[in-house]
Design a protein around this ligand. Structure first.
Ligand code: CUA
Length: 349
């Protein structure tokens, strides 16, 4: 399928049907009205042409109902398409609760992929069929665009912030992965493959890879080695408490010194690491140093994965400091919705 040049890309995700239906129906509606209007123009030109040189045009009596009809019917069609398209758009950008998060970092000129289990790939993305997968996107240099035509998804990767999109692959196979934003001389070579596998094959592939640490475990190591833990210590009091404990913070509202309240999502935690004084938590002094330049994009993702895995104080320990976290494996593990590996409750993208 990759060697040929098909008119239409494969349909290999649960988004594909809706996106194609919207595209095809909008095309048919447009063709119908273009043909109707062009045909009427030609017909009226012939029918109402001036026959004698002294003939003067007269006002035609036009039915009010005709005027109402040709205003209301197109309006209704446009509104219906708008509602349908908007619903589909929101669906594309709101991952379901059981989505597993993968990270893709764009740089000139490659895609660096990190699996939640710790596997890394370049320009190749292995995923199990039937599993909802949220792609968290970042960029190390310029704007790239993560584009999988067979899944009908495309989302910019923007330097300095996170964006995301999600998909659920519906058909095993090998599909194109493109960068769809001009990003420099070798933009056209920033291409790769998405390999959709049966869950069992995917597990075998994971097991055959190098035994890296999971995202959460790597983030936990960084939390120690960067000495985050000396200030963000659960249960510290008095002079030992120099920063807020991070347990249970992710996905929750945070009150700031300036009175605002923000949700602690990916972009908030990212900003707090790189630019700690931008949003200082109420009740704390702005004493945290910046970690700009000390952590890579990949390490930032790992730190955030670790912070997200920290449940409320006193809850069961986060399942991340070693081994494969539960719920990140097969499509038929409903427990995925409850593990800290998944997207936080209602966390905006
Ligand atoms: Cu990256 Cu084009």
């Amino acid at each position: 399928m990759r060697s040929s040049f098909p008119l239409f890309p494969d349909s290999a995700s649960t988004h594909a049907g809706t996106v194609d239906a919207i595209f095809i129906i909008w095309s048919l509606v447009s063709i119908f009205f273009t043909a109707l209007i062009a045909g009427l123009i030609v017909y009226f030109m012939a029918r109402y042409r001036r026959r004698h040189s002294e003939e003067v045009g007269a006002n035609e009596e036009v039915s009010v109902w005709l005027e109402i009809a040709w205003s209301v019917i197109p309006l209704a069609i446009c509104l219906a398409m708008f509602v349908w398209g908007t619903r589909s758009f929101f669906d594309l950008y709101r991952p379901p609760a059981d989505a597993v998060e993968y990270t893709a970092i764009g740089r000139q000129w490659m895609w660096k992929i990190q699996h939640p289990e710790g596997q890394r790939e370049i320009d190749t993305l292995h995923v199990p069929v039937g599993q909802s997968i949220k792609m968290k996107l970042a960029s190390e240099d310029v704007i790239h665009s993560f584009y999988i035509p067979a899944f009908r998804i495309k989302q910019d990767a923007v330097p300095g912030r996170y964006t995301s999109i999600w998909f659920r692959a519906s058909k095993p196979g090998v599909y194109h992965l493109f960068c769809a934003e001009y990003c420099g001389a070798e933009h056209s070579r920033m291409i790769g493959s998405v390999i959709v596998m049966e869950p069992r094959d995917y597990q075998n592939w994971l097991a055959g890879g190098s035994a890296g640490k999971s995202m959460v475990a790597s983030g936990g190591d960084l939390f120690q080695s960067l000495a985050c833990v000396t200030c963000h210590r659960a249960g510290a009091t008095g002079r030992l408490a120099r920063g807020p404990a991070l347990e249970g913070v992710f996905g929750s509202p945070v009150k700031l010194v300036d009175g605002r309240t923000v949700i602690a999502d990916d972009n908030y935690v990212r900003e707090s690491i790189l630019n700690p004084t931008a949003k200082v938590v109420a009740g704390w002094d702005p004493v945290m140093p910046t970690f700009q330049g000390q952590v890579t994009e990949e390490q930032l993702s790992q730190l955030i994965a670790y912070v997200r895995s920290l449940g409320p104080i006193g809850s069961a320990p986060a399942g991340g400091t070693g081994g494969t976290p539960a719920g990140t494996t097969t499509a038929d593990s409903p427990s995925a919705a409850t593990t800290p590996q998944t997207a936080g409750p209602g966390a905006p993208q």
